[in-house]
Design a binder for this molecule. Structure first.
Ligand code: ADP
Ligand code: NA
Length: 320
């Protein structure tokens, strides 16, 4: 079994990415699981090239620092030639209607002045990511199920038309993990792409900045320290963050504090403690440029080898 997961370098990785995904990947992943930094996917909207390069590198360091094994990680663009070739074959297996039907495309294209063609074809690139690595399972949230369905359809169609070459992947529901909300607006999830960063704790933020962001978190005036997500979302978010960091339930944690200030200090310390080892390890990796380059190159080489047979067979069967 090979499970494939990705994270897009559209911004700096944050506490939500860590508690909701990265930490779980490092702790609960099976030996066959694969992870990649999906920098090609970051190009579907307006972006800055040198920032993208920096963010991809940083995200790779973060994944490694979190404890994901170096031989299970790669950067997507290191396979751009292979993925480009396979994407073309798959684009010619996909109908325009199928691509245009993707709800995420419709949502993301809506309201944008210029819609990049890559935004339309991105699910086909995602199919190439999956099929090239021979992934059997793709953990997804609700918004990605349709894309994995497309990958399944394209794999089956190619296999039927040209010959059996692709493993047909399955979408599996990603286990429900903590959903971390923005500290300055607990009605929106903490996100890489939020413009106003005051409520986003980045994994590489200095400890004092983490503390300041937590201490300034928006709560309420009710002055009752209970876990009530609907009526006290800001407080509930803090309780969930603390609970997830220390491995207990938010209700248990709520019982232990009587003032918001006291709770915030505990959250700040727990988050700093959770992130400190990751941060120092990531910074160390980033400082050792040749060392990180070598890890990256080895990861790319393994990923390329994993896909080589599938790519060559697919090209040949397609008549190339
Ligand atoms: P972002 O919204 O910050 O760009 P992505 O969409 O790249 O994050 O998500 C990468 C991974 O991190 C996914 O597995 C996603 O479920 C998880 N994730 C993102 N934001 C949060 C959050 N606020 N709380 C919990 N998990 C999150
Ligand atoms: Na996002």
């Amino acid at each position: 079994m090979t499970r494939l997961s990705a994270i897009t370098p559209s911004g700096h990785a944050h506490l939500g990415n860590h508690l909701g995904a990265i930490r779980r990947w490092a702790r609960e992943g099976s030996p066959g699981d694969l992870y990649f930094v999906s920098d090609l996917h970051a190009m579907t909207v307006s972006y800055n090239p040198s920032r993208l390069r920096k963010l991809s590198r940083e995200l790779l360091a973060v994944l490694l620092a979190a404890g994901i094994k170096p031989d299970r990680v790669f950067v997507q663009s290191d396979l751009v030639r292979e993925l480009g070739a396979l994407s073309w074959v798959l684009e010619c297996t996909c109908s325009f209607g199928e691509a245009a039907r993707m709800t995420q495309f419709k949502q993301r294209a809506d309201g944008q002045g210029t819609v990049r063609l890559g935004l339309l074809t991105y699910p086909v690139l995602m199919a190439a990511d999956i099929l090239l690595q021979g992934a059997t399972e793709v953990p997804v949230g609700q918004d990605q199920t349709q894309h994995v369905e497309l990958a399944r359809s394209l794999a089956r169609r190619f296999n039927t038309t040209f010959g059996e070459v692709f493993v047909v992947p399955r979408a599996v529901m990603a286990p429900t993990a903590a959903r971390v909300m923005d500290l300055s607006d607990p009605t929106r999830k903490m996100s890489k792409s939020t413009q106003d960063n005051a409520g986003v704790v980045f994994l590489l933020d200095e400890p004092d900045l983490v503390r300041r962001k937590v201490m300034r978190a928006v709560t309420d005036n009710e002055n009752r320290l209970e876990y009530r997500p609907t009526t006290q979302p800001g407080l509930a978010n803090l309780l969930e963050i603390l609970a997830t960091c220390v491995g207990r339930s938010p209700i248990e944690v709520a019982d232990e504090y009587s003032s918001y200030g006291e709770l915030k200090e505990a959250v700040a310390e727990a988050v700093v403690e959770e992130l400190s080892p990751l941060r120092s390890s990531a910074l160390e990796l980033l400082e050792d440029v040749t060392g990180l380059d070598a890890i990256r190159a080895a990861g790319a080489e393994r990923a390329r080898e994993r896909g080589q047979h599938v790519l060559e067979s697919a090209l040949r069967m397609a008549g190339l």
